[in-house]
Structure formats: structure tokens, C-alpha cells
Design a protein around this ligand. Structure first.
Ligand code: K1U
Ligand code: ZN
Length: 168
């Protein structure tokens, strides 16, 4: 297994649109294992392949406290949504930034697992938020892009300031 490097906003590679997975082979299963290891080590509750510079529709999520409920979503598609919720989100690609984002409260999602079997997940609460956040990554969208222009400008200045401080 291997820890993968996570791209940091505003890296333009975070805006690439991920391609559908057509081949469910050992290379895909290795990617899934490495992504899960990277997510748990970060630590985080989700990770999209885009964030590790692999532009395929692959997501790993585990919102359990015990790290024993890994969900693998390949080629995810939302079948239906209900309600709205506002939840504070973070992102491993935007370290140190936490902001409220409004999303659907419940989602019904269909996806393939690492063996290519199609299954459905009905999610609510943090799992629903996390699925929507990670699906945004696959479309090239980072959560800060849900915020106002002013907030985005403040976040960019904070990131630039942090980078200057780190380089000094
Ligand atoms: O996409 C990512 O960068 C992962 C992100 C997922 C997420 C979290 C919260 C709301 C929406 C999406 C994270 O995992 S950020 C880190 C985090 O939330 C966390 C870290 C350790 C323990 C619990 C949560
Ligand atoms: Zn993220």
C-alpha cells in the first residue's frame, strides 16, 4: 500500500473533470486501497481520486469513528435528493478552512464497487454531505466554490499568506 500526495487548492488540476471507469482491474483495486490508506492517514472522512491527481470517477468514504465502514463509490450517480441541510465542511485539499455549505439532506446514489458490481446507498447527515462533496471533486469543483466571491478571495489570501509563512 502507498500514501498518495494530495493536491492543494488552488491547484488547477483540482478543476479537471474525471472520466468514467470502464475497466475494473487490479490497478483500480490498488488505487482504491491506496486512496483509503491516504484518507485514514490524513485523517479525513472522504477522498476523491481527483485530489490525488487521478482523473477517474473513484471515491472512498468512511464516516465511522471506528474506521471500519469503508464505502467505495465508482461512477457514482445521484438518483434522487430530498430536503436541504447546512453543514460545516472541511477539505483535505484546502487545509485549515472550514465553512458552512448548503446541500441536499438525503441522497439516493447508485455506484459500482471495486469489482464492478452496481449497488445503491441511501444516505443522510454527514454521509450525504460527504458523498455530495466528493462528487463535486469528480466534476472539478472544490467546496469553497459554493461560497461568495468575497469569502473565496479571503480564503485565497489566507492560503497565500500560509504558503509565504511556510516558505520563510
Ligand atoms: O474531500 C475531502 O477533502 C475530505 C473531507 C470530506 C468532508 C468532510 C466534512 C464535510 C464534507 C466533506 C474531509 O475529510 S475534511 C477532514 C474532516 O472532516 C475530518 C477529519 C478527521 C476526523 C473527522 C473529520
Ligand atoms: Zn474535499
Amino acid at each position: 500500500m502507498a500514501l498518495l500526495s494530495i493536491l492543494h487548492y488552488p491547484d488547477p488540476r483540482l478543476h479537471k473533470v474525471a472520466a468514467r471507469v470502464e475497466l475494473f482491474d487490479d490497478a483500480l483495486r490498488t488505487l482504491v486501497r491506496d486512496m483509503a490508506e491516504t484518507m485514514y492517514a490524513a485523517p479525513g472522512v472522504g477522498l476523491a481520486a481527483t485530489q490525488v491527481d487521478v482523473h477517474k470517477q473513484v471515491i472512498v468514504i468512511d464516516v465511522s469513528e471506528t474506521h471500519d465502514d469503508l464505502k467505495v463509490l465508482i461512477n457514482p450517480r445521484i438518483l434522487s435528493t430530498a430536503g436541504t441541510q447546512t453543514c460545516e465542511e472541511g477539505c483535505l485539499s484546502v487545509p485549515g478552512v472550514y465553512e458552512d455549505v448548503r446541500r441536499a439532506e438525503r441522497v439516493l446514489v447508485e455506484a459500482e464497487n471495486a469489482d464492478g458490481r452496481t449497488y445503491a446507498i441511501e444516505a443522510e447527515g454527514l454521509l450525504a454531505v460527504c458523498i455530495q462533496h466528493e462528487m463535486d471533486h469528480l466534476k472539478g469543483k472544490v467546496f469553497v466554490e459554493h461560497l461568495s466571491r468575497l469569502k473565496q478571495m479571503r480564503i485565497r489570501s489566507k492560503i497565500e499568506k500560509d504558503a509565504r509563512r511556510k516558505a520563510a
